[in-house]
Design a protein around this ligand. Structure first.
Ligand code: SF4
Length: 600
């Protein structure tokens, strides 16, 4: 560890660049180096980058992986995803806390260790999982936790921990046209040469013919997005890959980044050649830190082979390069305008739109933002043809979709399916039995009941970014939805009132239901709040945060009703219980000393 943050900032961070857009990246490195961001570091960064002190502090405050107070030398975060809970993460968390003598989120007195929880870490098919100093350890069980506790007490540096602890599997279970096409690829230089041989107009027309839509869930037409950006007058344009898949239950981009990164960079470079961009970014979620060196290595190799940089592949005046920027634990940064704010070094608060990024994105420049799967699909389409892509899927949803399948099934992992595949087919393939419900599209998606298992994955039916979580009949769906409600409280950026307040109010009501202390009035209130949030929130997070609660009310009414005390108004405050102390003091417990209904 550097002794003096001042020297680290001036000799390491600022000697590379004093560009204020790098504020977040500098803070992430300071956090990794010192386990917190000190007042001294904040002042120095503010003055050297010419950013108000209050803004630096607000950025630190915004991202859950940045801290004002020291974390432990070993900073451990368990995944709070519902699928990890189902695999026993809470018990393992308690066990490790007990073993190390710490409580949730508090750093041990000797400064050695902090153990806390974080939102989903993107390892749901190999959970329970945790991050130690931002590196993932999966398949947790008691012996593994015991091993981790010993390594910590023996003060072994994380870099010297056994490699097998950090092993991460791809778990690809089913390939269709997209993933199968990698088996016959030739070398990267000839692939890129072929991609860059097409005139921009041919690429746009082919993408339009295929009706390729963004694979992040919203499904915007890729050709329209690229064309709009290309047609916006500008001297510089930007390509951004959204690799911030933070939707609980999603992990397929992790696999693509690990095993198919060259193809992603092909897709980004193709896009750059079409829109005439010079600058590219991969915004990598902080939970995937282990992929950073891997991606940097591939980018460097491509620079050395003239597949990035100036006059790429011998093409005069085609100059384009890509940087990887890390996120720092904010789910909202998966929203494209929040992601752009974050890339500019700011808090990830979604922008007011329009203008859309294609006309005014990163630093006001026309910008294309697509996710990992979309860029790969675009590259593969141009390496094959439109017919190849359209041979799968439906007329409105062409091609295939990668799904991250987790929860109650025998074979969790990544599955590639043609659009139009039914929920039932997917459940059969992954070995799911006695399924009570499937949550498609993450907590903000749809909860699908058995009566709907003949519905299909498609933009015209059930659209999804890829998360597919399965719950069998043994699961308490209220616990599931409560977990989602907790997630949204944590991840609301706090910018607008309906979402900031609404998510908390819903969580409180859900807790009452779980404690069997709620009434029909609480259910009605949750519906009212959910509708209000849907209609008045600033961005999609708030607009969809009540979806799981409303779905459960509509599709699984029994789950609520069996927990309600009555269907009419009941008090939130139990006066009879509050009088217990008075009864004890007066030695009374006769019926006259009790209120009839327990409250007022
Ligand atoms: Fe932030 Fe929620 Fe408002 Fe979106 S809806 S801007 S996440 S507070």
């Amino acid at each position: 560890m550097s002794q003096d943050p001042g020297r680290f900032i001036s000799d390491t961070l600022l000697c590379e660049s004093s560009d204020p857009t790098l504020l977040l990246q500098h803070l992430i490195r300071l956090q990794a180096e010192y386990s917190y961001i000190s007042d001294q570091a904040i002042s120095l960064l503010a003055s050297e980058l010419d950013i108000p002190l209050s803004e630096v502090r607000s950025v630190i405050d915004f991202y859950s992986f940045l801290h004002f107070k020291p974390r432990g030398h070993y900073d451990i975060l368990f995944s709070d995803s519902i699928t990890d809970h189902m695999l026993g993460s809470r018990e393992l968390f308690d066990y490790l806390c007990g073993r190390l003598g710490v409580t949730d989120g508090e750093t041990r007195e000797d400064g050695r260790v902090t153990v806390g929880m974080t939102s989903c870490t993107g390892m749901c098919e190999q959970g329970p999982a945790l991050l130690v100093n931002s590196l993932a350890i999966n398949h947790l069980n008691t012996p593994r936790i015991e091993q981790i506790a010993r390594l910590i007490e023996d003060n072994i540096n994380v870099t010297d921990w056994p490699e097998e602890l950090f092993h991460i599997e791809d778990n690809i279970r089913k390939k269709d046209i997209l993933l199968s096409s990698f088996e016959s690829t030739s070398d990267t230089s000839s692939i890129l040469g072929k991609l860059l041989s097409y005139p921009a107009e041919d690429v746009l027309n082919t993408l339009q013919d295929t009706k390729l839509r963004g694979r992040g869930g919203a499904g915007f037409m890729t050709a329209i997005k690229w064309r709009s950006c290309a047609e916006t007058p500008a001297t510089q344009r930007v390509v951004i890959c959204n690799a911030d898949e933070g939707e609980p239950g999603t992990f397929k981009d992790r696999v693509l980044l690990q095993s198919y990164a060259d193809s992603l960079i092909d897709g980004m470079t193709l896009c750059a050649s079409v829109i005439n961009a010079t600058q590219g970014f991969i915004y990598l979620r902080g939970e995937y830190l282990y992929l950073l060196d891997h991606l940097e290595g591939i980018l460097q190799e491509r620079r050395e082979r003239n597949l990035l940089g100036t006059n790429i592949n011998g093409q005069a005046r085609f100059n384009f390069d890509i940087q990887v920027h890390l996120g720092a634990g904010a789910y909202i940064c998966g929203e494209e305008s929040a992601l752009i704010e974050s890339l500019e070094g700011k808090r990830g608060i979604p922008r007011v739109r329009p203008p859309f990024p294609v006309s005014s994105g990163y630093l006001g420049l026309p910008t294309v933002v697509n996710n990992v799967e979309t860029f790969i699909a675009a590259a593969k389409i141009m390496l094959n043809d439109a017919d190849w892509f359209c041979s799968q899927g439906t007329s409105d949803s062409t091609g295939t979709k990668l799904l991250s399948v987790s929860g109650d099934c025998q074979h969790p992992g990544v599955y590639e399916y043609p659009f139009g595949t039914t929920i039932q087919q997917i459940l059969s393939d992954c070995g799911a039995e006695n399924t009570q419900a499937v949550q498609v599209g993450g907590p903000a998606g749809q909860m699908i009941s058995p009566e709907e298992f003949d519905r299909s994955i498609a933009y015209e039916d059930i659209a999804t970014g890829g998360s597919f979580m399965i719950f069998n009949e043994q699961r308490d769906l209220l616990e599931v939805v409560f977990n989602f409600a907790t997630f949204f409280v944590h991840e609301s950026c706090g910018f607008c009132t309906p979402c900031r307040v609404g998510t908390s109010l819903i969580k409180k009501r859900m807790k009452k239901v779980l404690k069997q202390n709620a009434t029909g009035d609480d259910i009605e209130t949750m519906q009212t709040i959910g509708t209000l949030m849907r209609n008045t929130s600033h961005c999609g997070l708030g607009a969809t945060a009540a979806n799981p609660i409303l779905d459960l009310i509509n599709k699984f009414p029994d789950v609520y009703e069996e927990r309600l005390r009555s269907t009419s108004f009941e008090p939130g405050f139990n006066l009879d219980k509050a009088l217990e102390e008075a009864r004890q003091l007066t030695h009374r417990d006769d019926p006259g000393a009790h209120l009839k209904n327990g409250g007022v």
